[in-house]
Design a protein around this ligand. Structure first.
Ligand SMILES: [Zn+2]
Ligand SMILES: [Zn+2]
Length: 341
């Protein structure tokens, strides 16, 4: 075989691999997630057979704390800029977020802005049109679709690069994440209330982590399928009470996709089904959270009235507050709570 023949064959192999790249399964992730789920199930068994009550309560507490790091942190603050936070609150949120291990905030927010901006297309990392399994966990088990890379380059992420707390987490994630998500939560029950290593690992760490992952994933799967659509019946995201309860207020997903810049991620309801809003409001009280954006009642009403009509004025989706595609009328009519400057 001469050199040119060899080159042609290599090019053919390369082209074939590239064509299928977005479908290629990442076996390392398949094995890791399979282990996580088996270990979490064993953790459930241990909760009812040998774990101390303290350990179970601690696991539930850590699930709630890490969820806040996603909902109030990576989601409403950093992805959508729905409010602003002073540095002590951002430090708290980055610690909570690191416990959750859903990749660092920069990567989470880039994926999430794409999810809103190109919702339910191939550029949406967990495109719900590809079914429940893909939008729940399947998207993490294969390579990203090329459209995600392409459209991702057009998403402005400069605000996050400019935040030193986000940059610090990104830089030291390799060390911070194992420490906060796996090592400390396993050691604490052993040293504080003499739990066994096995109970601590399988309940406080494996069960807690896998459970909180699935809760977040339900927002992408279940809340894109089941529930009412009072704000926009042309999109799949829906108002799902069960997801709202488990995900601390992130299940009001029809509203959230229509108004992603509202810090409450919901129009109605109280704190019971929106713990994240309670958390942000508490920090607004002490001045650490400010410029809380929320949609005026008139804007919501206008939008609901248009529900049956194809929305000709608003073809461009927006990812949140600082997106230039956010309609000026919405921005001007927004209510800004605890406004500073
Ligand atoms: Zn969504
Ligand atoms: Zn969102």
């Amino acid at each position: 075989m001469d050199e040119s023949e060899e080159k042609t064959i290599n090019r053919k192999i390369f082209t074939k691999q590239n064509k299928n790249e977005h479908q290629a399964i990442v076996w390392r992730n398949v094995i890791l997630f399979a282990y996580l789920h088996l270990a979490a199930l064993y953790g459930v068994f241990l909760i009812f057979t040998s774990a101390k009550m303290h350990t179970t309560v601690f696991a539930i507490f850590m699930y709630q704390v890490s969820s806040i790091g996603i909902t109030a942190g990576a989601h409403r603050l950093w992805s959508h800029r729905a409010y602003k936070a002073k540095w002590p609150l951002r430090v708290i949120l980055i610690i909570f977020n690191t416990i959750a291990f859903q990749n660092h905030v920069y990567e989470w927010a880039r994926d999430h802005r794409l999810h809103h901006k190109y919702s339910e297309t191939n550029a949406d990392p967990h495109n719900a049109n590809r079914g429940f399994f893909f939008s729940h966990v399947g998207w993490l088990l294969c390579r990203k679709h090329p459209d995600i890379m392409e459209k991702g380059r057009g998403i402005d992420m400069s605000d996050l690069l400019a935040d030193p707390i986000v940059a610090f987490q990104k830089k030291y994630y390799k060390f911070l994440m194992p420490l906060l998500c796996f090592i400390l939560p396993t050691m604490l029950p052993v040293y504080c209330w003499s739990e066994s290593w096995a109970n601590s690992w399988f309940v406080a760490t494996m069960f807690r982590y896998t459970f909180s992952l699935n809760v977040t994933w339900l927002v992408n799967s279940a809340a894109h399928m089941w529930g009412g659509r009072p704000y926009d019946r042309f999109i799949n995201p829906a108002e799902n009470i069960s997801v709202a309860l488990l995900a601390l207020g992130e299940g009001w997903h029809n509203y959230h996709h229509v108004f992603p810049w509202d810090y409450k991620a919901a129009e109605l309801g109280d704190y019971k089904l929106n713990m994240t809003t309670a958390f942000i409001d508490f920090f607004a009280e002490i001045g650490w959270a400010y410029d809380l954006k929320t949609v005026s009642a008139a804007t919501v009403r206008k939008r609901v009235e248009r529900t049956g009509i194809d929305d000709v004025d608003n073809k461009n989706l927006s990812w949140g507050w600082d997106d230039k595609d956010l309609p000026q009328s919405e921005r001007e009519a927004a209510t800004i709570i605890n406004k500073q400057g």
